[in-house]
Design a protein around this ligand. Sequence first.
Ligand code: PLP
Length: 362
Amino acid sequence: MDRAFKLPDCIRLEVGEPNFPTPSHVLEAADKAARGGKTRYTENSGIPELRSRIAETFATDTGRITKVEDVVVTTGAMAALYTTLMSIADPGDEVIVMSPSWPNYLMQMTLLGIRPIVVPTTEATGHVPTVEQLESAVSNRTKAVLINSPCNPTGAVINQAQMADILEFARKADIYVISDEVYDKITYEGTHVSAASHDDDGRVVCIHSFSKTYSMTGWRVGYAVAPPEIANLIRKCQEPTVSCVNAPAQYAALAALDGPQEIVGEMRDAYRERRDEARRILSSSGIPALEPGGAFYIWIDISSSGRSDVEFAMDLVDKHQVAVVPGSTFGPGNEDRVRISLATAPDLLYEGMRRLIDETRS
Ligand code: PLP
């Protein structure tokens, strides 16, 4: 990224950020809130109107009865994840996490002194962990398993049967399931399965965000829907760390939920079109890549380049001004992969991919 920043014309395929503007009614709601005096601290858990709207939406989406008390509005999904981990595990405790997975999980665990137990997922199982793998990762210090569907970076989507198995595993091991569902509205074929819809004894913490769904990355609004004992701890963690989420941004998030939802499907359809074209470009060049079932990334096999992920990414940025993320960023065992983002404007995406293909052959 440092190298990419120094190159003004660099094509940035590494950033996981929608290229669409935040919807205008969301901007207007924030403006109205700020001008109307909503410029003060709010409740630690978030403004009641937003929490109650989230509870309603969550109940509709997952079929699970959701109380306002279960919802805590956080500074993006990142803070929801961090305070959830902080609430569930003490230093020295273990949390099961997959490789590849979003690198911030490991960074957060390092900050909190939590031991990550890394389970490698493979193409053979569609990058979904098997119950056997999960069972062999459990110890008496295990507090939770952290799953992410649709997955960043592989685009893997956990189906009903797999989710039921993961929940059954968690029940037997008596651990929490932290389910990062920030890409829930970006699935291309099947529908998203929430871990909450398989939770019958209060062990799931669902992590959500406005960032990707409504193209609101910079607003920093996310939330956790958690069992009461965890929701209460997350709320308490907010007081000494952030107090509350930016007040006008909470009103903006409320407007996003209350307003027209067509934009969500339109963005997803645009990503799907880009995914299909990107896959066509890659397969006509003989470069293997997974077909993502959700999220907006492509996980590309660059082993034909004969270089490691980091060498390849550095060559690509230096020689072709294209930035991608080296696979090893997402955990061990991914040194033959890079990730690109479909949330980039299509002309830049396809041009960047052409240069990437040239580099695999050089
Ligand atoms: N979880 C995953 C899997 C992500 O990819 C991201 C952002 O890239 C986040 C969480 C963070 O989302 P937020 O912007 O709401 O903090």
